[in-house]
Design a protein around this ligand. Structure first.
Ligand SMILES: C[S@@+](CC[C@H](N)C(=O)[O-])C[C@H]1O[C@@H](n2cnc3c(N)ncnc32)[C@H](O)[C@@H]1O
Length: 212
């Protein structure tokens, strides 16, 4: 699928005013996650110059909404080529295709050493592999966080550690407060520190991460 073509089975939903297309091979946009975009957009007003990095971008809606009212460029990373195609399509629909680049591959493979971003948004899979059966409508790749649920979270933390610019902020989406506490404990001594936690009932949490 190119940026302008639409695959059979495509649906389009409103996401904070953006028209976002996707199909069953990609996670359905969740309305509450506009909170991650709005938080990011507010932070962007005061962060140093530079591009926004979105890890585990899916159809791209969280990052696209975050940069919509700024002139920032957005770099989306997702291992799924289908997700990448929809990000392209959605960036075109949002009128900001010239500010969006997409890297299709594993987080660990597509970020050159030394590349830095003042804002990193991350939305990794966080469901324990044994519990993914509870979400039959969701693509496995989008929700399977490995045996403990934290495999891709760890990959995101490594990327944040290696690519967050001085004075920058990362916003990490997780499933539960317990996972956020586990991340905060992991960061001890890493040069990064967990900050404000915003909770959205049983839908998920957002954790701010700064340089220590
Ligand atoms: C929870 S979904 C989030 C998608 C999107 N942000 C959303 O809200 O709909 C996680 C995404 O991470 C991608 N993914 C899983 N493992 C990955 C990895 N190791 N590197 C890059 N992307 C990965 C999946 O393809 C999926 O699109």
């Amino acid at each position: 699928m190119s940026g302008t073509e639409v695959a059979a089975g495509t649906e389009t939903v409103d996401f904070g005013g953006l028209q976002i297309s996707f199909d069953a091979r990609v996670l359905r946009p969740r309305d509450w996650t506009t909170a991650q975009s709005w938080w990011a957009a507010a932070l962007l007003r005061d962060l140093p110059a530079g591009d926004v990095l979105e890890l585990c971008s899916g159809a791209g809606q969280i990052g696209l909404l975050a940069v919509a009212d700024s002139a920032r460029r957005l770099v989306c990373v997702d291992v799924s080529p289908v997700a990448a195609s929809y990000t392209l399509h959605n960036a075109e629909a949002a009128g900001c295709i010239d500010r969006v680049s997409i890297r299709t591959g594993l987080i660990s493979e597509v970020l050159p050493r030394g590349e830095q971003f003042p804002l990193i948004i991350a939305d990794p899979p966080w469901v324990r592999r044994s519990e993914t059966v509870r979400f039959p409508e969701d693509p496995l790749l989008a929700i399977d966080g490995g045996d403990g649920g934290m495999d891709v979270v760890h990959e995101c933390l490594r990327a944040i550690s290696g690519h967050l610019a001085p004075g920058g902020v990362a916003l990490l989406q997780l499933g539960t407060q317990e996972q956020a506490e586990a991340v905060a404990a992991l960061l001890g001594g890493s040069g990064l520190v967990a900050g404000e936690l915003r909770e959205y009932g049983d839908r998920g949490v957002l954790l701010r991460i700064d340089h220590a």
